[in-house]
Design a protein. Structure first.
Length: 339
């Protein structure tokens, strides 16, 4: 089954063709990062305009490079929430219009479920075993999710304030590194001293699986105020901050995996590209759990292939509910408990 998938929730215009939820025939992504870099972060109005300009060229690329005609598509999947509403609308309107014109079923997908399904891309479905505890961390969300079976998402914990990726972005700005902050901090941390600054870890109340990163960001701001920002400071602060984030994320992930007797633990979302996070989780997971992160770096950050995968598994589970092109309502703010 071939799914044509759309993702426009933030600053990537992405279209992909995915076969049977795992085989990526082509994943086309136009990233607006270079545009937003100059402005220091994503400006919603600028993002919305770029999506409108890029959606048809990116769609054409996905079809041409996957060797797929519109008639050969079996269903259409699209991110409907959460995200920037003016960005989401480009994807949902384009996808609904195509579904109506072609008479194909349309599957509205939660962006976070998409990130979670990035771990199925370029893998065989049978090799992945439930129950799974997923740490899904990006600029817009930060959740621990228990999956007992396909398309079942139980939120075990979430951030009370900033998401981990958001914290990377804010701290990068504080110490004079560029946008997006995650890759910049990760690169600058190499050669830095992770013990140089003793930054706080918000464990919250005993056994809590929730997260909080705003105190860590404020602690960095206080240190910045009393230091000269030079290359050495940037490296040491990047390493110390990265360690604090990875310590909390990995520790709560392993606690949750033990508590819910997971067979596998998965990392997903933009922050799952972080090398140190992967290392720390691997060290702490030992041999108790199978650890997976997206098979390709490109699948950690926003892309449409992951939406095609989530859409496929949703469709297979409940095919009769996905037909009406009118049923796709974009929404800015839902977590992964909603479709
Ligand atoms: O999943 P994503 O592309 O978009 C959202 O859904 O938000 O994630 C983008 C986020 C940004 O905050 C970015 O700084 C972070 O992921 N990120 C990283 C790394 N690469 C991207 N954070 C830490 N280390 C990285 N290597
Ligand atoms: Zn995302």
């Amino acid at each position: 089954m071939k799914i044509l998938a759309f993702e426009t929730s933030c600053d990537e215009t992405a279209v992909a063709v995915v076969e049977n939820g795992t085989k990526v025939l082509h994943s086309a992504v136009f990233s607006q990062i270079d545009i937003h870099k100059e402005l220091g972060g994503v400006v919603p109005e600028v993002a919305a305009r770029e999506h409108i300009l890029k959606i048809i060229p990116v769609l054409n690329e996905a079809l041409a490079k996957s060797g797929t005609s519109l008639e050969e598509v079996d269903a259409i999947a699209v991110t409907r929430a959460p995200g920037l509403i003016s960005s989401l609308l480009t994807g949902t309107v384009t996808a609904s219009t195509l579904a109506l014109a072609l008479g194909k079923p349309i599957i509205p997908v939660n962006h976070i479920h998409g990130h979670i399904y990035a771990n199925w891309l370029d893998r065989h479905t049978e090799e992945i075993e439930f129950p799974i505890v997923v740490l899904t961390v990006s600029g817009g969300h930060n959740e621990l999710v228990l999956m007992k079976e396909h398309c079942s998402f139980e939120i075990l914990g979430e951030t009370l304030d900033d998401a981990a990726g958001e914290a990377f972005d804010k701290v990068a700005r504080l110490i004079g590194l560029g946008y997006p902050g995650g890759p910049a901090i990760s690169k600058t941390a190499v050669g830095g001293d992770k013990y140089k600054f003793d930054l706080p870890r918000a464990w919250l109340k005993n056994g809590s699986l929730d997260f909080s990163f705003s105190g860590l960001k404020s602690a960095v701001a206080r240190v910045v105020a009393s230091h000269k920002i030079d290359a050495k400071f940037q490296a040491d602060m990047s390493a110390s901050f990265e360690e604090a984030v990875c310590d909390v994320l990995s520790s709560k992930l392993i606690t949750a995996a033990k508590k819910y007797k997971a067979k596998e633990i998965h990392l997903a979302g933009g922050v799952s590209a972080n090398k140190r996070l992967r290392e720390v989780v691997a060290e702490r997971a030992t041999r108790d759990f199978v650890l997976r992160y997206p098979a390709n770096m490109h699948y950690c950050t926003d892309n449409a292939a992951m939406i095609g995968s989530a859409g496929y598994f949703m469709f297979v589970k409940n095919p009769s509910i996905y037909s009406e092109w009118k049923n796709v309502n974009a929404s800015a703010s839902v977590n992964s408990s909603a479709v």
